[in-house]
Design a protein around this ligand. Structure first.
Ligand code: TNX
Length: 523
């Protein structure tokens, strides 16, 4: 072939490819199916509602109208673009169809969440595209998983309501729908409980914070008092804000371990009679709750207030890393184990969790706990959050229990994102963007019927080494965006190079959201 022909062919390939790319909507997460047609509509002519809004679409409409830029176009004159919400009983429960053509925009779904997902997609398109030339398209989409979660530890470091809401907004933009709020731990109790004011008066303040990495001896602390908690009023405002964004807030109240802050507030909750003070170090404290009746009364009273604040079906009760030394050393606890006919401390932990489960079930809620709740026997209705790899999740799914996959490798966002020396001090590990993106929540070893128990996956932001909002956003983004795609988009539609291309198209929106994301080009 003559040389010039090769050049011509190559040039044609480039032109063809770029025109293909121009057809991309750059949505994240990637939709199941979509096509783009030639032509544009101009939203600045004004958008008018062209039909009654079905009750199931009200939440989606309110979101579009009050929370997104779409509301702007609904206010304009002339109104030559129509907006229709159509209930389509043939669509799967959480699915939707979105059509934009010269007549206007049509949103079809079969449920409140279906309409809501459609409105989130529409709002992302509005943010991404030039509104004077809004594209013509047809999108059919549905989430692969129902639990698309992000966790935030506010005990080790506290994050103000404004920052929490900023994270929620970004979650909504990428259709993450569960915010797991880790509210209590050894280093601080962060939720106001009216009946037990010492929990926050004492338990929310520590006398200092570790400087440097916990593995470096000697340990050096800054001796600067550190405190913070959310009033119930603030919690309510976060929960209702999240709800308007289609996000469920799942609170976590840690038990029986990770309880040093609680024991500092009320030493009778523990076993030593000693007030250990709120912990100033990182790691796992040995202060554990006593399995006595008055502690259960305390927990039930705390949970009663928690249930009033959080309408979520699931309540996270922790259950992880409960060091049993104080249980082993206590003659009261040893007698209790005997009296209950239990084998050991693991069975006592299981008994403890079952008792709390019974209480929460009686209030119409379900418990979810870290995979240690499998040890000594899983409570009958519990869901399991698998963090020490996938083994706990696999075991629970085989026992027909709901599971959320959150393996430290690769879904812990407190781990390093690259081997560059420029990364800020982190706890350890290495979970790069590509590794996060490649994760699939359904282990091959499960049978199809067992896979049905996997609700989805979650990224966790433990904050021992994340002391402020800038660093929090740096650790969370763009990994949480990869998480959004791996939990929403079916496996066969995932494509990392294309994800990176779309992410590039999102750069300006991430900047507009004022997120201090890590630049994925810095590899
Ligand atoms: C383990 S994950 C913990 C947390 C730490 C985290 C640090 C889990 C249930 N427990 O208490 O913050 O590792 O990565």
């Amino acid at each position: 072939m003559p040389f010039y022909k090769e050049i011509l062919l190559a040039a044609c390939a480039i032109v063809c490819m770029s025109s293909l790319k121009a057809q991309s909507l750059d949505l994240i997460p990637a939709p199941a199916n979509y096509s783009v047609q030639d032509g544009k509509i101009d939203l600045y002519k004004g958008v008018s509602l062209n039909s009654e809004i079905p009750p199931t679409a009200m939440k989606a409409y309110r979101f579009l109208r009050f929370t997104t830029h779409f509301g702007y176009f609904l206010r304009l004159g002339n109104k030559s673009v129509s907006l229709r919400f159509v209930e389509d009983k043939l669509l799967a429960e959480k699915a939707f169809k979105l059509i934009s053509d010269v007549q206007g925009i049509e949103v079809s779904a079969n449920s409140e969440s279906g309409f809501f997902h459609a409105s989130q997609t529409l709002s992302q398109l509005i943010e991404m595209k030039d509104n004077r030339k809004f594209p013509l398209f047809k999108i059919e989409d549905a989430p692969a998983f129902s639990w698309r979660g992000l966790h935030l530890d506010v005990s080790r470091h506290f994050f103000p309501v404004a920052e929490v809401k900023k994270i929620l907004k970004a979650m909504c933009f990428y259709r993450l729908n569960v915010f797991h709020w880790h509210l209590t731990d050894d280093q601080g109790w962060r939720i106001e409980i009216k009946r037990y004011p010492e929990l926050t008066r004492i338990g929310s303040s520590r006398s200092g914070t570790l400087l440097g990495h916990a593995s470096l001896k000697p340990l050096i602390r800054d001796n600067t008092p550190y405190s913070g908690f959310y009033s119930q009023e603030e919690i309510r405002s976060v929960v209702s804000f999240a709800d308007s964004l289609g996000i469920t807030v799942v609170p976590e109240i840690e038990m029986p371990g990770h309880a040093q802050a609680a024991v500092s507030a009320y030493p009778w909750l523990g076993l030593t009679g000693r007030n250990p003070g709120v912990w100033t170090d990182w790691g796992v404290s040995s202060f554990i709750l006593s399995p006595k009746d008055s502690v259960f009364t305390f927990l039930e009273n705390v949970l009663t207030e928690v249930l009033e604040l959080f309408p979520s079906k699931y309540i996270h009760i922790g259950g992880d890393e409960a060091i049993k030394d104080q249980w082993k050393a206590s003659s009261f606890v040893q007698a209790k184990i005997k009296e209950l006919g239990l084998k050991d401390e693991h069975e006592l932990q299981s008994w403890f969790i079952r008792r709390i489960e019974k209480f929460l079930n009686s209030k119409g809620r379900q418990i979810i706990g870290w995979d240690e709740i499998l040890e000594g026997g899983l409570a009958p209705n519990a869901a399991v959050m698998s963090w020490r790899g996938e083994a706990g999740g696999i075991q629970a799914a085989r026992m027909n229990h709901p599971v959320v996959m959150s393996p430290g490798n690769p879904l812990y966002f407190d781990h390093y994102q690259s081997e560059n020396h420029s990364e800020p001090l982190a706890i350890g590990g290495l979970n790069q963007l590509q590794k996060v993106y490649a994760y699939h929540p359904l282990p091959d070893s499960l049978k199809a019927s067992e896979k049905d128990w996997i609700l989805g996956a979650q990224g966790n932001l433990w904050t021992e080494y994340i002391a402020g909002s800038d660093q929090l956003e740096y650790m969370a983004f763009p990994r949480a965006i990869a998480l959004a795609e791996l939990t929403w988009t079916k496996k066969d539609k995932k494509d990392y190079p294309d994800f990176l291309r779309r992410l590039e198209a999102h750069r300006k929106v991430l900047k507009r959201m004022d997120l201090n994301f890590r630049d994925w080009k810095n590899e």
